[in-house]
Design a protein around this ligand. Sequence first.
Ligand code: ADP
Ligand code: MG
Length: 380
Amino acid sequence: MMPPPLTLAMLGGGQLGRFFVSAAHELGYRVWVLDPDAESPAGCIANRHLCAAYDAAAALDDIATHCAAATTEFENVPAATLAYLAERIPVRPSAQAVAVCQDRIAEKSFLRENGLPHGDFAIIHTEADIEAASARLFPGILKAARFGYDGKGQTIVESREAALAVFRAGAPCVLEQKLALDAEISVVLARGETGRTRAFPVAENQHLRGILDVSIVPARIEPRLASDAREIAECIAARLDYVGVLAVEFFVSQGRVLVNEMAPRPHNSGHYTLDACIASQYEQQVRTLCGLPLAEPDAHSASVMVNLLGGLWFRDGAANASEPDWAKLHAVPGLKLHLYGKRAARPGRKMGHFTVVGENPDAVLEAALTARRDIGIKDD
Ligand code: ADP
Ligand code: MG
């Protein structure tokens, strides 16, 4: 067990890292953040911000010398960086587990090899792979194997010809059948070094233009589907020998749950745990990293989270950014606003979120959707 006030290292300085820093501070730890962006949201509030590339040897040596353990907030930290640090300090999750989650080909292959439910797909390295793909996969979605997020690196392909037209040699992809979705849900869990696992309540996720828009907890799905999802997520964590916080996204399609993708870190759809649980997904990340007992994951309230994207700063087609009228949100009972301190708003950029909590799920949903509309978020 690593007690405070030891120093922890966070690789990545986005909003997920920022919430980790806050949670670690709350428990008495110090945190160093590695991120090449001088204005990264987590770097700004860290005890120290190492403003360097993720493979900068000097920065990694500095971390290994001064930090008790390291973790990450995004899957694109080079697995080699995690492996390098792991020779000197505990790194959770492991480089191997992150490597599976950071590459769609490795991820899909892992699901297939372990008999875990997933949609039909083909691995695409060459045009010949598209020619050979089953006709069942069209209409489909061609997804770049690496570095995709928030719908980036994905193209809907109606036909084989369309897939051939957008495919670029040298950029490996997976081709997925485009599924009819009844719902999208996610499970965030924490797994400790002893294998003890605690899964948070299942979130129901609504996306707009490929980006998470609203998360509703508890998910409005059959209890059987929710327990299937939790069981599958726990199985994934066990098979990866995972230590840390893991998020698993699922599709609900034709009455069953199918794994969409995994994230080796806390997840946007788990932001609600900040306000609806006694210990958030970020506190669980600190606990798993430091070998502390895990918190019970039950939610004490129903909750609905709404993402605040940069487009909101350009209301009614304005050319210049202007700050939304936060007073409107602060005035809503049970609403908690979180802003990430990002200076420049850009359409699609995650700038903040709010969560409404309360006893009655229907009332909470209505309050959240009303607040969402009142602050100026449009559905189209
Ligand atoms: P990202 O890394 O951008 O989150 P995802 O693979 O989760 O990538 O895709 C983003 C969203 O696109 C999903 O949440 C879902 O709404 C839609 N989507 C992705 N794959 C499929 C699919 N095979 N069938 C139907 N919709 C999909
Ligand atoms: Mg996703």
